[in-house]
Design a protein around this ligand. Structure first.
Ligand SMILES: Cc1cc2nc3c(=O)[nH]c(=O)nc-3n(C[C@H](O)[C@H](O)[C@H](O)COP(=O)(O)OP(=O)(O)OC[C@H]3O[C@@H](n4cnc5c(N)ncnc54)[C@H](O)[C@@H]3O)c2cc1C
Length: 486
């Protein structure tokens, strides 16, 4: 008889794991508490507009290709990818912006125009970044974080100093112009920590950015969720929505089942893709491997305040992805990491998917997503959300020199309380546990429970870390571990 795997959650990591486990011959059931699948990558539809609620940057296309190739498929079997050209735009002042092209030679020229000599430096920085990418993404991140020895290879031995230096220092040693520094520090923000707390080795994110480009799946990131759902169904996975897991049942130190909406069901293996902290709270205290103190002192990636806005006209002077770095990044970063508080003048990010994708807004209208990174755990009330919307929309109008306020048809927001209510997220974090040196690979919470047999974890709080590509990899790693454990 086939072994029964019960998976909690239907985010990228859980769905990826469900495919691998079904392929390995397990009988797989996925339980999602919400009424739709996708977790942080769910979709919002309103009045003819479509928004990705969470991820909007499709980076590292090779990781998606590798995922589908494991099943003899290609991304193009399920969704259409568009390479964004330009990749994105960064505002630094009124009508003052830098546009990042979709290819390195053009970006080198842009750098050279801003700082003489920086083009050549960028080319050599990118060589190193590419070499790190080849080591990290093609190999290291596909290791399960079981032992420190996984990180010891011929290649990493040559780069050991890059694990102890930080990326912020490296960039500042090479580049003097603050705009260029901010542009080069941007990609590591996806890892959830300050660039000054992110090891130099993570420059592979710069290669992901400038080297591999920024892509848009037609109909948004949610089309990738639908693709993996389709693959899972083809492989025989059963997916249950509105299925809240209330308890992980343990008998004599072995996970034996789940309580779903009040009903107990048996399982041979339990895998949770819900946030690690919440997943362990589904266990009796003696079975939890990580204490409240552990989570309290961990470095969490930021939470966010998000707005999904329908505009009744096209918005000018912006690209599909537009960053607003017109204020001091260090002050905002300190409000996230050092002294958690609502930032006085936040950096923010805006995305207008309807610039590229006609399906995301009705003809002649624009879909806008605005994101302000925030410290997890902040007091979240409607008045503060409104105050911050006012702040950023005023800045947006001033910097892009246009009036948009009167063209808003509707806006919806999502913040700390929604992350907690919708995803059982610890303190309302958006992107899980940051990738600092002390929270990398074997130093992250483990894929396999240290206290309960047949209990496993996946997702952005475990190995390898935050982001959609790592979530896919996490699903693969945990499935291999489950199979090995058999
Ligand atoms: C606003 C935002 C922007 C982002 N931008 C990007 C980006 O541009 N590019 C990128 O690559 N990454 C981005 N990310 C990160 C990326 O979305 C995540 O790393 C990834 O989607 C996490 O997947 P996951 O499977 O680990 O977790 P989740 O997606 O959180 O899945 C966990 C699931 O478990 C469910 N669950 C929780 N508790 C229970 C329970 N008791 N019973 C049943 N189900 C339960 C939740 O509802 C959820 O569906 C972004 C994230 C956010 C929030």
């Amino acid at each position: 008889m086939k072994k029964q795997v019960r998976i909690i959650g239907s985010g990228f990591s859980s769905l990826a794991a469900s495919c691998y486990l079904a392929q390995l011959g397990y009988e797989v059931n996925v339980y999602e508490k919400n009424d739709t699948i996708g977790g942080r990558a769910r979709q919002l539809k309103r009045d003819g507009f479509t928004f990705d609620i969470g991820p909007t940057w499709y980076w590292m296309p090779d990781v998606f290709e590798r995922f589908f190739a494991d099943f003899g498929k290609k991304p193009s079997d399920y969704y259409e990818l568009i390479k964004l050209a330009p990749a994105y735009q960064v505002y630094f002042g009124i009508n003052e912006f830098v546009t990042i092209a979709d290819n390195l030679p053009e970006i080198v020229k842009t750098f050279e125009k801003i700082e003489v000599g920086s083009g050549q430096k960028l080319a050599s920085f990118m060589n190193e970044a590419q070499s790190n990418y080849n080591i990290a993404i093609k190999d290291l991140v596909y290791r399960p974080g079981v032992s420190p020895l996984e990180l010891v290879t011929l290649e990493t031995a040559k780069k050991v100093n890059q694990f102890f230096g930080n990326i912020s220092k490296d960039i500042r040693r090479k580049f003097k112009n603050t705009k260029l520094i901010q542009i080069l520090e941007f990609p590591v923000l996806f890892l959830g920590a300050k660039p000054s707390d992110t090891p130099s080795f993570y420059s592979f994110m710069n290669y992901a950015d400038f080297g591999l480009g920024t892509w848009h799946p037609k109909n948004g990131m949610y089309s990738v969720i639908l693709a993996i759902e389709q693959l899972a169904l083809e492989l025989g996975v059963t997916i249950h929505t509105n299925a809240n897991i209330e308890k992980i049942e343990v008998t004599n130190g072995t996970a034996t089942g789940l309580v779903v909406n009040g009903t107990s069901i048996k399982g041979d293996i339990i895998l949770s893709g819900a946030d690690y902290h919440h997943s362990e709270r589904l266990l009796d205290e003696k079975y939890r491997a990580y204490s409240e103190k552990y989570w309290e002192k961990s470095t969490f990636a930021p939470s966010s305040l998000l707005f999904y806005v329908g505009f009744d006209k096209k918005i000018e002077q912006v690209e599909h992805h537009t960053l607003f770095f017109d204020v001091d990044f260090d002050v905002h970063a300190s409000a996230i990491y050092d002294d958690p508080r609502w930032p006085e003048e936040p950096l923010f990010y805006a995305s207008f998917p309807s610039k590229t994708d006609g399906n995301s807004a009705p003809e002649g209208k624009e879909a806008g997503i605005f994101l302000i990174p925030l410290a997890p755990g902040l007091h979240d009330i409607p008045e503060l959300r409104e105050e911050y919307f006012e702040k950023i929309i005023s800045r947006f109008e001033r910097l892009t020199q246009q009036s948009v306020r009167n063209s808003i048809i509707f806006k919806e927001s999502f913040c700390v309380n929604d992350f907690i209510n919708d995803y059982n997220s610890y303190k309302g974090n958006a992107y899980g546990l940051a990738n600092t040196l002390l929270q990398t690979a074997f130093l992250r919470p483990k894929l396999k429970s240290k206290k309960v047999k047949n209990l496993f974890f996946t997702g952005q709080l475990t190995v390898p870390g935050p982001g959609v590509p790592p979530a896919l990899i996490s699903g693969k790693l945990v499935s291999e571990l489950i199979e090995k454990n058999k």
